[in-house]
Design a protein around this ligand. Sequence first.
Ligand code: NAD
Length: 245
Amino acid sequence: MSTKIIIVGSRGRMGQALIHCAPQHDGLELVGAVDQGDDLAAAVGAAAVAIDFSAHTVTGPLAALCAARNKGLVIGTTGHSEAELAEIRKFSAQIPIVLASNYSMGVNTLFWLTRKAAEILGPDFDLEVVEMHHRLKKDAPSGTAKSLAEILADVRGLQYREAARHGREGIVGERTRGEIGVHSIRGGDVVGDHTVIFANNGERVELTHKASSRETFANGALRAAQWVAGRAPGLYDMQDVLGLK
Ligand code: NAD
């Protein structure tokens, strides 16, 4: 039996990519596509899993609807505040939720490589993350850049909030050992580029991923929707879906 899904944010760039890719996933049946002004509650009622690629303010109310009706939820939306993330965590005690800043295979491999490189290269290397996205992107840094910086902070025993240095301007002084630079570039139609830089005296390692199509995120999210259906309540990520843990 196929898993019934709905797409929230269906008129957006990712929503359109999801609608395009969904028919290629044999085990899924698209039963609803909602955007601003549509009846979200009715759409949730018809599905087993909701896929959210909309806006950060939408995810909490959507999670509440899914929890009330015992549906699974795949969250692709980024830019949530701490309070919004706390709400998502709260509902994950009732339903299975996949939350991932990036659903592509390549970026999830980059997450793994970033942790490994940080562990191998050790504390002498300066850490910087650079991302570039299209001119219409609303949040900065990207959720993926934040995830990369969180991995680096975790390996170094730092807190992301304290270690992240978002851009530099003026007489900022010498770089401190405990900072992780995070830099956002915006322009054109770039789907999503991320580079992690490990810099030491005399050498530098750069790990780069470049997405050239939104279908890579859409197919990953659709795979997550199939995986999450019928799971035990909990907060999962794409590493769980891909079996990388
Ligand atoms: P977009 O602006 O093109 O689309 C967002 C859509 O959500 C719009 O059509 C908008 O009308 C709709 N929306 C807004 N409020 C709504 C509401 N109350 N109910 C229903 N729909 C509503 O943006 P996009 O490029 O498609 O990206 C959407 C989100 O997904 C962003 O947060 C982006 O950062 C994120 N994203 C995540 C990944 C990933 O792999 N996790 C990949 C790409 C984009």
